[in-house]
Every structure is written in structure tokens, then in C-alpha cells.
Design a protein around this ligand. Sequence first.
Ligand code: AMP
Ligand code: ZN
Length: 465
Amino acid sequence: MFMKLYNTLHRTVEEFVPHEPGIVRMYTCGPTVYHYAHIGNLRTYIFEDILEKGLTYLGYDVKRVMNITDVGHKTTDADDGEDKMIKGAEREHKTVYEIADFYTQAFFDDCAKLNIKKPAVVEKATDHIDMYIQMIQKMLDEGYAYISNGNVYFDITKAKDYYQLSGKKMEELMIGVRDTVEEDKAKRNPFDFGLWFTLSKFENQDMKWDSPWGVGYPGWHIECSGISIKYLGEYLDIHCGGVDNIFPHHTNEIAQSEAYLGHPWCKYWCHGEHLNDKGGKMAKSRGEFLTISLLEEKGYDPLAYRYFCLNSHYRNQLVFSYEALDGAAQAYKKLKQKVQSLDRTPNLREGKIDFYEDQFKAAIENDLNTSSMLTVLYDVLKDEELTDFTKLYLVEKFDTVLSLGLLSDVEVSEDVDHLLQAKIEERAIAKQNKDFAKADAIRDEVLAMGYRLVDSREGTTYVKI
Ligand code: AMP
Ligand code: ZN
């Protein structure tokens, strides 16, 4: 079976075939660190986390990179929109650098509470200015970009198929962004976007660098192309983000990356749908917004929110309400209690392991169907033919993807410890008697219970596998 993923580029579910067999190069847009992440943002990061872990479960070696947007992201896509970082700094009477550090840490604290793994490579936008300058220069040299009124813009008429990702015509997109795109006389076309802005336009910008076009700072979109190409190379397999990123952010990333590279760049574009509240899309600009800390203050376990998200497919909109979260919190608590009540006495693992693992894989392969993954988990727990020990084995494996902390509070009980110590002793005696067949049999028996014996000069101990 192949992994199947919905590819926004073609608006269909497709078989996933990476450029290099067995390896997945995956880029996920990171947070703009001018404020706390709201739980809608975190829904997108949960989706990306499950995607990474699901692919790993299927045996792929996933190389994942994420950026931290600490410069250049504006409140609107108009060129004179306020810079979000400057706005954050003014709000809190701090420097933009202090704001960036504080909210980057806050973001990763939230991720840790939700068992979202930190990507192997996380890079700040401000650390790669040289890369953007080199890319912009090449685009200027090759006629994809132009200088106007001190800024450097990308000319979207030079892109191969600028409207492919959004699937919309310019007129339709104009309606969608009418309120935020203001007429900028410096541009040749309304959707041309800034690659480099000079100081002349943003005098209160603290973050500024020398460039061949004057002191200034990069546009928002170039950072993701630059960081992705620098760390993942010229061919990307998967690029993710929330659906609001499709236009203009990802559309512009494709235009500039392919202009710079001179060939197609990313094969699969995967977008998570939004979390809405009753009033519509959850957004920081609407003033008060829901954070994970706020849910904690109200007594919710952050992982109950993760469970809430996993119950619906990432491509469906999800409406948040406290009633719905209460339901998920109850179900999550029951699930955890069920797992915790399983008898942990080591026993042979037997029966239907492959059957359930295959079902779990099929759920991953089916465009990351998280609610089906949960169904497989519940089926395992219900199955009367399975020993508790076998159930625990499967729960632990599935939880490497679901990351619901189902076994997190469990330590090796005293009973298990006694039993394993007895096995260690029995094996040592067998070895002394040169009965190596028996010693090996004991080692295998312990292995089947889910523990590996480790011999050293100090003696033998065990580790959980
Ligand atoms: P930002 O920090 O604003 O750059 O957004 C971080 C991520 O959250 C991006 O991938 C957005 O697409 C995503 N996002 C923004 N709003 C929502 C929402 N209401 N629900 C889900 N994801 C969102
Ligand atoms: Zn991005």
C-alpha cells in the first residue's frame, strides 16, 4: 500500500512518492512570534506532527524543517500594512528581538504540552538574510524581479502558473483579499509581492540589514523558500501549513522558489483546515483568543485538546466550543483509564498484532485519517482475544503517532521488576552452568515481554523496548 495524501496543487488525493525512496523532505511554516499561538494555530501544528510521526511509523526517514517568522510578516498583505513584530513590540514596550525570543519559547512550551515534537531543524528567518539576498539577486538578474520605489518586487506574470495552487483566477482572488490589498503604485501588478523592502518605507523597523538595494529587510515569503532550499535542497516532497497560507504565502513561495531554482520545487502541498469558533475563524487580530494556557487554567488537560483535534480529519473545518471540548475531555479520560487499568504483568505477546498494525497503517495511509487511527486503538482495547500485555504493546506503538500520553504515567511496577530480576538471575545461573541454550531462551522470553536484557561489567539490567 502507498501513503495517499490530498495534494492542494492538483486538488486530489494522490499516491505519495517522494523524490528519493524512503526519505521524506518536509517543510512546515512556523509561527510568527509576535504573540501567543492560539489553539487554531496549534491545530495546524498537531496535524503536521501527526503527519511526520505517521510517515515515520510507515518506515520513512522524515527530514523536517520549520522556520520561525521573526521579521517581515505584515498584518495585511498590502505593502504598507503594519509589521506584526513591530506591532507586538509596541504593544509590550519591548524590542522586536525580546518579543521574538519570548514568544518562540512560549510556542515551544505549548507544543511540549501537546506532545508536538520539535522539528529536527528550526531556523529563525533573521538568521538567513544572506541566502535571501543571493536568491533575490538571481531573480533580478533573470528578470523575475524588479526594483521600484526602493523596493524589490517579484513580477508574478513571469511565474510559470501563478494561480495553480489556489486554483482561482486573479479576479476571484481579488474579491477574497479586497480589504487587505491596497493599491501600491510601485507595483506592476496588484499581486506582485515584496522580496526586499527598504527603510524609506518603514522608518520604525528595528530589524534591518545592508543589501545591494539599500538598508532594509526581507518580505515575508522569501524566508520559507530560503530556509527550505538551504536545509532540504532543491527538491521538496511535502510542504504544509494552514489553508490561509495557500494564498498568498505558499503561492508566492512556489513562484520565487521555482524562479530561483529553474525547475519545479515541491511535489505535495498539504493544508490543514481551520479551527473556528462560533463567530468564525479564530484569529489573533480579533482581540481575545484561546490559548493552551487558558484551557489549562480552566482545568483542561492539553492532551484532551489534542484528542479533540484527532477526532476530526485535518481537511475538515472544526468548530470549537467548550461543550465539544468537554465531551472530548471525558472520552480522553476514559480512554486513558482503560489503558492504565490493563494488567502489566509481562506475558507473551500474541495474536493479531500484524492485523491491527496493518489496520493502523491503513488509517495513516488513507490521507492521515486520525479518527480511523483512534478506532483501531479502541478495537484493540475491546478485543477479548488479546492479552492485556499484547494490548499494551499495540497501544504503545500507536501512541508513537497519536502522542496522547496514554502510557506516560506508567512506570515499571514492583511486580514486573521482581519478575525480571528473577529472570536475570535464572539466566546468570544458566550461563554459569554453561547452559547457553537456556540462557538464550530466557533472553528471548524477556524480549517477548517487551524488555531487552543489557549485559555489562556491572551486571545485567533491563530496558523497555
Ligand atoms: P501564524 O503564526 O499566524 O503565521 O500562523 C501559524 C499557523 O497557523 C499557520 O500555518 C496558519 O495557517 C495556521 N492557522 C492560522 N489560523 C488558524 C486557524 N484558525 N485554525 C488552524 N490553523 C490556523
Ligand atoms: Zn512559510
